[in-house]
Design a protein around this ligand. Structure first.
Ligand code: FNR
Length: 187
């Protein structure tokens, strides 16, 4: 059976470039992977008081944690905000990492693609996200690195990739990630 991959997108906006690239990658990926986009926009900001000392965790947190628990791997698409990870994405990572000792991220093979209209391709966000992944013990694909710069110009008016070399690159990334998941997924 195909390995289940959660796609987590660090932008909440409707016309997100990151979301468009996520859809393009999903379309190019091998059938050994099946994808579901797991939304993060409705997660309350992480606050220990909401689930400790007898409090019951918000349902959105519980639901999110379960969805990540149920997949074999996680693929992150992130914009760069002020050279770092957008707050909603960091919040989702924090929510999934708690309660202490029950992180849902642990051991899930991960990949990161940063997408930006600017030339640097979200390098800062990409690497800040890596920093969290190290602590969360997620086997993280190292190569190919994916910093998609000038992203607005790579998509046509229909929101689809209009650039063959980027298409080939995304396909290569997806194939390499599929092999990575095969090697590192738990079940
Ligand atoms: C940005 N943007 C941006 N871009 C970049 O390359 N480096 C950066 O540090 C920042 N900083 C930043 C901060 C904030 C608060 C916003 C709202 C935006 C621009 C950003 O790359 C652009 O808005 C992208 O289109 C965001 O990704 P989505 O929403 O298209 O996926």
């Amino acid at each position: 059976p195909a390995k289940k991959i959660a796609v987590v997108i660090g932008s909440l906006r409707k016309d997100s470039l990151n979301r468009k690239f996520a859809h393009e990658l999903i379309a190019l990926a091998p059938t050994s992977l099946s994808f579901e986009i797991v939304e993060i926009g409705e997660l309350p900001l992480y606050n220990q008081d909401l689930e400790e000392h007898g409090a019951t965790a918000p349902q959105a947190w519980t639901h999110f944690r379960q969805r990540i628990k149920d997949v074999d791997g996680v693929l992150f698409f992130t914009p760069e905000y002020n050279r770092s990870v957008p707050a909603p994405l960091k919040n989702a990572i924090d929510v999934g990492s708690r309660p202490y000792g029950s992180s849902v991220w642990s051991g899930k093979p991960a990949g990161i693609i940063s997408v930006s209209p600017s030339a640097i391709g979200g390098f800062g966000a990409n690497h800040h996200l890596r920093q969290s992944m190290v602590f969360l013990d997620m086997p993280l694909l190292q190569q190919p690195e994916a910093y998609i710069g000038g992203a607005a110009n790579l998509l046509g008016d229909d929101g689809k990739l209009n650039n063959d070399s980027t298409k080939q690159f995304l396909k290569k990334f997806a194939d390499t990630y599929a092999a990575w998941v095969e090697k590192h997924a738990k079940q």
